[in-house]
Unconditional design. Structure first.
Ligand SMILES: [Zn+2]
Length: 160
């Protein structure tokens, strides 16, 4: 399974280019976030080749992810894509002569995930319902100060 993201340096030594065209099981992208799910195979396309001292990796990748609307929590499907992922690695840093780019690809794709999404193209129908929540939250913040003023009163009364 993991062989899908390996590049054998020796096979590129005579100026060969390794064409990459894979459809990967998205399970390698899984994070600890329960709300984030990857739904579609990760399609990757690109090539790998060597210069005198470096391995060059140039890829496109795409998949689909599910994540919840920041307001109503409804799951939304978004397209996740890397249009031009480019990586260079000095050959001497690949002592095994086999380069595994899965973790690089994973990190690059995860960075593309938006910090928050809103359903209905940014117009969540539940959006008005969040306003009273924000107001009550503000009030709670104010109440935090009451115990301090109480303390001040108690202090004053004990010194009397
Ligand atoms: Zn929503």
């Amino acid at each position: 399974m993991k062989q899908e993201c390996l590049i054998w340096i020796d096979r590129l030594k005579n100026g060969q280019t390794q064409k990459i065209a894979e459809s990967l099981n998205p399970s390698f992208l899984d994070t600890n976030e329960a709300d984030l799910k990857f739904l579609a195979p990760v399609q990757i396309q690109g090539e790998a080749y060597l210069t005198n001292e470096e391995l060059i990796l140039h890829l496109k990748a795409s998949t689909k992810a599910n994540l919840p609307c920041v307001i109503c929590n409804e799951l939304i499907t978004i397209d996740l894509a890397l249009d031009s992922f480019y990586h260079t690695q000095p050959i001497h840093e690949i002592p095994s002569a086999i380069f595994d780019y899965q973790e690089l690809l994973r990190e690059a794709l995860l960075l593309e995930i938006p910090h928050y999404v809103e359903c209905n193209q940014g117009k969540c129908p539940d959006r008005p319902a969040i306003t009273p929540y924000l107001c009550s939250n503000k009030q709670q913040k104010q109440e935090v100060h009451f115990p301090f003023s109480d303390l001040g009163d108690n202090h004053g009364s004990t010194t009397q």
